[in-house]
Design a protein around this ligand. Sequence first.
Ligand code: ADP
Ligand code: 5GP
Length: 209
Amino acid sequence: MQEKKTKGRLFIVSAPSGTGKTTLCKKIISALPNLNFSVSYTTRPPRPGEVDNRDYTFVTRTRFSSMLDKGEFIEWAEIHDELYGTSKKRLAELMRSGIDVILDIDTQGTMKLKKKNKEGIYIFILPPSMEVLKKRLEKRMTNAKEDIEKRLKTAVLEIKRYSNYDYVIINDTLNNALKELEAIIISHRCSTKMINSFWIKESFLNKRR
Ligand code: ADP
Ligand code: 5GP
């Protein structure tokens, strides 16, 4: 029996640091079935509460560089002096198993994927304003003051790239933003392109009545 759907889809989600992307992505993964993260590799140290191989795979610069030399990343970027990358192998395994995958990556990584013509649904999340973004970064309390300034400067560069994405969600109230993200994912799951034409033939067209 053929599967109804073709292989998993890729949802690329970017947002300036502090917008609430991690919060939203974690919520959407528990809200919708058949959806998971691809866990990235990073050289940055874990934040309190972060777990190795769940939030990130935390590696040394030497290990990251060696993976980079071997071509193990489908995309990677240097962000705030740390390296981040998506493993080709992890992504392929998830997608082969038919799971929809969320890639939480920055705008540099997104540009690299687009250059490779990587099919996917590109979603950009905005904070309601720069003032709110600053407050959220302060509230999270994981970055020093000068680090927050650096992130706000990077935010402007990232926001300039919004038009490279298919959708923009404004993360004002969490529930509304979550509903919008859910709507985007669900509508793409119903897309004609997602239906396996062999399943249609086998189930409806080749059947004797
Ligand atoms: P990012 O992953 O984009 O860097 P986080 O998910 O870590 O951001 O969120 C940054 C901070 O903002 C966290 O303290 C989080 O609880 C808070 N936050 C996220 N979304 C909202 C929202 N809609 N309203 C208020 N606070 C939010
Ligand atoms: P943080 O250190 O706050 O978890 O993440 C910083 C930035 O790195 C975020 O914009 C996040 O989307 C991005 N990021 C996380 N993993 C990857 C990755 O594998 N590739 C790229 N290009 N960016 C990543």
